[in-house]
Design a binder for this molecule. Sequence first.
Ligand SMILES: [Zn+2]
Length: 98
Amino acid sequence: MKIETINKLCCPFDKEDLTLTTITKDVNENILEGFLFCNKCNHLYPIVKGIPIMSPDEYREFALEKPLLEKWQKYLGDKSFENFRLTETKVNKLEIKE
Ligand SMILES: [Zn+2]
């Protein structure tokens, strides 16, 4: 998927802008693998083979996405993935200001 198209996407839950992390691109700079993250509701949307997975939670399968997240762990840092959302696992949660 082209980066310009991805930049137009917003979170289907709260219409917030999404933060893109690119993992792999093809020669035309299309994003093949990566993820989109909503800073408001903490939802994470994987991009697999160029397609962002943005279906409602009930149509997503955690078991299918978990191996991807494990593969991408170094890009996620100390965050863990639960119920299609990222959760902080360390003390820095207390430092987030509203
Ligand atoms: Zn959201």
